[in-house]
Design a protein around this ligand. Structure first.
Ligand SMILES: NC(=O)c1ccc[n+]([C@@H]2O[C@H](COP(=O)([O-])OP(=O)(O)OC[C@H]3O[C@@H](n4cnc5c(N)ncnc54)[C@H](O)[C@@H]3O)[C@@H](O)[C@H]2O)c1
Ligand SMILES: O=C(O)[C@H](O)COP(=O)(O)O
Length: 530
């Protein structure tokens, strides 16, 4: 049984889906006192999966203590409460639920815009105080006004579509969207400066990134059109609250609507909270029944698929692989891991890895295959537990350069993986592998010698001068030491030969030394490929 902890008042749909698998036990913990990293670190060691919303911070300290954690699922979009670098290094998949709360959050941003334009929260409060302030609470019309959208992603696009229907003029700033794509949405793409200068309303829909933190500050606020209104349903860190308070107090900015805060919940003494022209919601952007069911369902299904079948969807630290693609990739993952392990054990530490894919494999998602190869390679000489998720990060950490290319010129095999590394002294530094009949892994070349070998279990790799007597010598030496040969594979080129010997039990050092004693034998290495 796998164990998953669900936190942050997630829709019960998540628990139902995970438990219905019959192989996942669920603990729901909505206690605020256990959502702090210290408390979570104490219990996380018992769980294979953790499902959260924005209320739980999954810090490096939590990850450090997560001995068996395999996946963190975020029932929502923003993963800024999860230390992705620490998770990746530990081989933990971090996944989110993109799209699940898009419409709901876009509707919230638009609700905030209307509420801001017509002073609805202030009017409610005033009426509750027994007042009738028609003159003080006069608003502005939306029709014909310019709406500036910062971040034209999932949410920004829905906001744009709805705002066009409201007869607003919509402009947007997003360096990652092409002007043509924006035009198709009826949106005019501008740079941030133009957006600030032209917009009557500005709504923020960017992720929290180094580049977006403090994006709205004294300088950008000063460049906004006088009387502009700001809406933030993205992340609190995107807006400098002190600067916003000053800009609204000074009258340059007419008002603001904030759903998110740098620290949540914010300190009640924060001056901005009492400003009459600024309205608030407590991070309610994604909080509708519909959106919560969507994201809970998505994340539970994705987590179950990963824990039970290794299928990765919507991971932010690993390429997504569908069930169908996984079925086609699996034999290649197995082959690549064995090729990596073989070369890692033959060559030792490497600094440069080049992988070339040809044929069918080059038309699939090759990144997971490279991760598998690195897993095998690094597993050969590090004690750090390596899996598909952390393999690339650990290679990077060790300063290993990884290059992936595709080459369609190799027609002889339906699928081919070529692996080349630097640093080989007394072993081949290049191997080629393929898959027979869609499932059986084969090594077909070592160095410049073609052969046909099954990469499996314990193997002895021998390089020799091609002279009579070598096969007999290897066979009798292994026999004398009671090591049974499963398969003996040979290849040669000019006067050089390579032997790959599958053996039923590992050979000891004395046996290997005895094999090496024949002068025509240039190198003897034993590898274990699992
Ligand atoms: N308030 C809430 O409850 C709530 C709900 C959902 C999402 N969010 C927040 O909203 C953010 C956006 O969600 P989404 O689903 O639209 O994400 P998304 O990834 O689809 O879109 C983000 C867009 O921002 C753009 N972008 C990145 N850096 C930028 C920059 N410097 N300037 C301008 N544009 C930039 C990207 O190109 C992308 O198009 C999330 O990251 C999350 O933090 C908040
Ligand atoms: O990034 C998100 O999806 C939103 O901020 C929603 O956060 P929540 O799940 O805490 O409501």
């Amino acid at each position: 049984m796998y164990r998953v902890m669900i936190r942050d008042n997630m829709s019960p749909v998540a628990k139902d889906i995970l438990e219905a698998t019959g192989r996942i036990e669920v603990v729901v913990d909505n206690d605020k006192t256990t959502s702090n990293p210290e408390a979570l670190a104490k219990v996380i060691g018992e769980f294979d999966g953790l499902a959260v919303r924005s209320g739980t911070r999954v810090t490096a300290h939590v990850i450090e203590n997560a001995g068996r954690l395999k996946v963190v699922g975020r029932a929502g979009i923003g993963v800024d409460n999860i230390d992705q670098a620490a998770a990746t290094k530990k081989g933990i998949v971090v996944m989110n639920a993109p799209g699940g709360n898009t419409v709901t959050t876009a509707e919230h941003a638009l609700s905030m815009m209307f509420a801001l334009a017509r002073n609805i929260p202030q009017a409610t409060a005033s009426l509750r105080e027994g007042k009738w302030e028609k003159k003080r609470l006069i608003g502005v019309e939306i029709t014909g006004k310019v709406l500036g959208i910062v971040g034209l992603g999932h949410i920004g696009r829905v906001v744009a579509e709805r705002a066009l229907g409201l007869k607003m003029k919509v402009i947007a700033a997003d360096p990652f969207v092409s002007p043509e794509a924006a035009v198709k949405m009826g949106v005019h793409l501008v740079d941030l400066d133009q957006l600030l200068a032209q917009s009557d309303f500005i709504t923020l829909h960017v992720p929290r990134l180094k580049e977006t933190e403090n994006l709205i500050n004294a300088d950008t606020l000063a460049r906004m059109k006088p009387g502009a209104r700001l809406i933030n349903c993205s992340r609190g860190e995107v807006v400098n609250l002190d600067d916003l308070y000053a800009a609204v107090s000074g009258g340059h900015i007419a008002g603001a609507a904030l759903d998110v805060f740098p620290k949540e919940p914010p300190d009640p003494s924060l001056p901005i909270l009492s400003h009459p022209n600024i309205i608030f919601t407590p991070h309610l952007g994604a909080s509708t029944g519909e959106a919560q069911v969507n994201v809970a369902r998505m994340i539970a299904q994705q987590m179950a698929a990963y824990l039970l079948d290794g299928v990765i969807t919507n991971a932010v630290n690993f390429p997504s692989v569908s069930m169908e693609e996984m079925a086609r990739l699996r034999p290649h993952l197995n082959l690549a891991e064995k090729m990596g392990a073989l070369i890692g054990q033959l060559v030792g530490a490497v600094h440069d890895v080049t992988v070339t894919y040809s044929g069918e494999i080059s038309r699939l998602s090759t990144r997971p295959v490279t991760h598998a190869l690195l897993k095998g390679l690094l597993g050969a000489y590090t004690d750090t537990p390596i899996n598909y998720v952390n393999a690339r990060a650990i290679a990077l950490d060790k300063g290993i350069r990884v290059r992936e290319t595709t080459d369609q010129s190799q027609e002889d095999f339906s699928s081919l993986i070529k692996l080349k590394v630097d640093g080989a002294q007394d072993a081949p530094n290049e191997i080629w592998g393929t898959i027979y009949e869609n499932k059986y892994p084969r090594l077909i070349r070592m160095g410049d010698v073609y052969l046909d070998a099954i990469p499996d279990g314990s193997m002895i790799v021998i390089q020799n001068i091609d002279e009579p007597g070598v096969i007999g010598h290897v066979g009798t030496t292994l026999g004398r030491h009671n090591v049974n040969i499963g398969r003996f594979q040979l290849g040669r080129r000019d006067d050089r030969a390579v032997c790959l010997v599958n053996i039923d039990s590992p050979a000891d050092e004395e046996t290997l030394a005895e094999i090496k004693s024949l002068p025509v034998i240039l190198s003897v290495k034993q590898v274990h490929l699992g």
